[in-house]
Design a protein around this ligand. Structure first.
Ligand code: GSH
Length: 246
């Protein structure tokens, strides 16, 4: 397969959904440019995303970032991008059933990510957090006590039923992009809801082991320790507001 230089278009100040793509590219040691993180003078910044949304990259017009350009292909929707990259980066098994399973799990992760975001913006993303604090408290309570345990319990059973040994994977017997995304979701939930996360993950030893193992993969470790990894903050999907952690 020819070497492709990938271009990622994603908001430069947050991990957000772009991080799921960054982790896959980093784990594979792929050559990529995080375009919006380049200076404006090098055609970076938010302007790069606006141009991409305006159709300047060609291909099918994307609705929202993350957007990946690979040669002439322009691909949006996080799960779709990962389904494209998975085989190219060796991050998914080759059989059809495994690829479908990986995409299915990635879409479930997308649902979880959407719900995590809606804890701090339950009414609208266009309103300030301060304008929806009361509703956010109510949404976060349900998320912490019902939804997070249900999602993490589901993924724990998935790992439990797949293989042997302490470290298990979401799909097949090797690391896939789904494992990287699970790592990211666990990192995000631990940041946003440290108390609830500690409580819920007492019951999910497989997820805890996977999180630790992914963090120690050499390329991921190097990435996490580098300035390329944007710290979690209160502009992203996973935000730490102590009042939402019960
Ligand atoms: N389902 C899409 C969601 C994309 C999305 O919501 N992107 C956010 C940033 S994380 C955005 O910029 N949304 C703008 C909007 O929805 O108007 C995906 O998984 O990629």
């Amino acid at each position: 397969m020819p070497t492709v230089k990938y271009e990622l278009y994603y908001w430069p100040m947050i991990q957000g959904r772009g991080e799921f793509v960054r982790l896959a590219l980093e784990e594979a040691g792929a050559s990529y440019v995080d375009v919006a993180r380049l200076p404006k003078g090098e055609k970076g910044g938010v302007g790069a995303i606006m141009r991409a949304l305006g159709g300047e990259l060609g291909g099918t017009s994307p609705y929202a970032p993350p957007i990946l350009k690979a040669g002439k292909l322009v691909i949006a929707q996080t799960a779709n991008i990962l389904a494209f990259l998975g085989p190219r980066l060796g991050l998914v098994p080759s059989d059809e059933a495994s690829r479908l399973a990986a995409l299915q799990h990635q879409l479930t992760i997308a649902d979880l990510v959407g719900e995590a975001h809606d804890t701090h913006h339950p009414i609208a993303g266009s309103l300030y957090y301060d304008d929806q604090k009361k509703e956010a408290r109510a949404a976060a309570k349900i998320f912490r006590t019902e939804r997070m345990p249900k999602y993490l319990g589901y993924f724990e059973s998935l790992l439990e039923g797949n293989g042997r040994g302490r470290l298990r994977h979401a799909v097949g017997t090797r690391l896939s992009y789904v494992d990287l995304s699970l790592f990211q979701v666990l990192e995000g939930l631990a940041y946003a809801f440290p108390r609830a996360f500690a409580r819920v993950t007492k019951k999910t030893p497989r997820l805890r082991a996977l999180r630790e193992a992914v963090a120690e993969r050499p390329r991921i470790r190097a990435y996490l320790d580098s300035p390329r990894r944007i710290p979690f903050n209160e502009m992203g999907i996973f935000r730490h507001y102590p009042e939402l952690d019960g």
